[in-house]
Design a protein. Structure first.
Ligand SMILES: [Zn+2]
Ligand SMILES: [Zn+2]
Length: 117
């Protein structure tokens, strides 16, 4: 599976600020479901580093909500968050954390709760 070109989720200035705070390293500490023992409890993927998969190319970190519950926000609302509410995510952690958050949201809502009738 190939990702289409991944634009930074946030604007360039916001992205820079988030990456500076993160040290250009993924800030996931297990939210994706992987406790990241190799990185000492934090994902060791850095922006511009190589993915572990052969032919995976270079890692492009995303600026996305730090709170996993907000990872399911629509793009236009996520990008409106202040820099302090954003974190650096590598694509695999971001995808997995968002899936986990979406599943949890679906679990919390009683069946049919989002139906109008
Ligand atoms: Zn990561
Ligand atoms: Zn992770």
């Amino acid at each position: 599976m190939t990702h289409p070109a991944l634009p930074p989720l946030a604007g360039a200035a916001t992205w820079q600020a988030v990456m500076q705070t993160a040290g250009h390293r993924c800030q996931c500490t297990g939210t994706c479901g992987d406790p990241h023992p190799r990185g000492g409890g934090r994902c060791d993927r850095v922006h511009g580093g190589h993915t572990h998969r052969h032919g995976g190319g270079t890692v492009r970190l995303l600026a996305a909500p730090a709170d996993p519950a907000r990872l399911t926000l629509p793009l236009h609302r996520a990008t409106a968050l202040p820099v302090g509410d954003l974190a650096a995510w590598c694509p695999p952690c971001h995808d997995a954390a968002r899936r986990t958050a979406a599943a949890r949201t679906a679990e919390a809502a009683p069946p049919g709760a989002d139906a109008l009738f």
